[in-house]
Design a protein. Structure first.
Length: 258
């Protein structure tokens, strides 16, 4: 028998569950700012989707992905800052093939921005968190969604082969890291970290299988492919180019139709 839909389960839980303590503000591991019940009780399946894999450009990452601060954003963490919650108009060149964040959503909308953050630098000598990245002023951005809304791969003009735009460099129950070139690192090309999503179980299982098998291949997805569902009323995103964290509010880069 088919499992109840994500939206139905969310509604039932909201109506039937008394107030609970939120998850700790520490985003280490798989913590998210959501009621505890949400991380384990919801059906994250997306009907009708299937996922494949694609060979990476060797070598694989030099350490376990969950312990790699370029792949697992939870290790770096990010802190709330006061900043304008609107698109920013920067000067400079524009890449017409850059991934577009409006395609996270089926209706290609400009969502309301709900909170701005700065991601931490990483000290590779001690393999530990360092100071906040302060330039640009925002390196992680939350945006409003409908609880249970399906979230998609941001579309781009880049392709890694087989009709795919991205490799999945890291996935856990509530976050995913997408890379727009075929290497198992963030050194070249675009990388997008998406947080506070319920990753589709088949996609998560495929990632875990290839990760355990040595990462010669990783899940590969076309632009617009469904990734999973929004846990609650917002998701959050970081964008990187050649490893550098950029401002996800930039109109000329990630929101070119808005």
């Amino acid at each position: 028998m088919k499992q109840p839909t994500f939206a139905l389960l969310f509604t039932i839980l909201c109506l039937a569950t008394p107030a609970v303590q939120p998850v700790s503000a520490n985003r280490g591991g798989d913590d998210v700012h959501l009621p505890l019940i949400l991380t384990s009780e919801l059906d994250c399946n997306v009907p009708g989707v299937s996922y494949g894999s694609f060979p990476i450009i060797p070598p694989p990452t030099d350490r376990p992905a969950e312990e790699h601060a370029d792949l697992n954003l939870a290790l770096r963490d990010y802190e709330l800052v006061t900043a304008d919650l609107e698109l920013k108009d920067y000067g400079g060149d524009t890449d017409p093939n850059a991934p577009q964040l409006d395609s996270l959503f089926a209706d290609l909308r400009l969502p309301a921005f709900t909170a701005a953050y700065q991601v931490h630098h990483w000290d590779w000598n001690c393999n530990c968190q360092a100071d906040l990245i302060t330039g640009p002023e925002v390196t992680h951005l939350s945006m409003a969604v409908t609880p249970g809304e399906i979230i998609h791969v941001p579309d781009s003009g880049y392709h890694i082969g087989g009709g795919n735009d991205v490799l999945v460099l890291y996935a856990s129950q509530n976050r995913i890291t997408l890379k727009y070139t075929g290497e198992d690192n963030v050194v070249q090309g675009y990388t997008i970290h998406i947080e506070n999503i319920c990753v589709e179980p088949d996609l998560l299982a495929l990632y875990r299988n290839w990760n355990k098998a040595g990462r010669d291949q990783l899940p590969a997805l076309p632009g617009g492919q469904a990734l999973g569902h929004a846990f609650a009323g917002e998701i959050s995103v970081s964008v990187r180019d050649n490893g550098t964290f950029l401002d996800p509010r930039s109109r000329k880069d990630w929101w070119q139709d808005h």
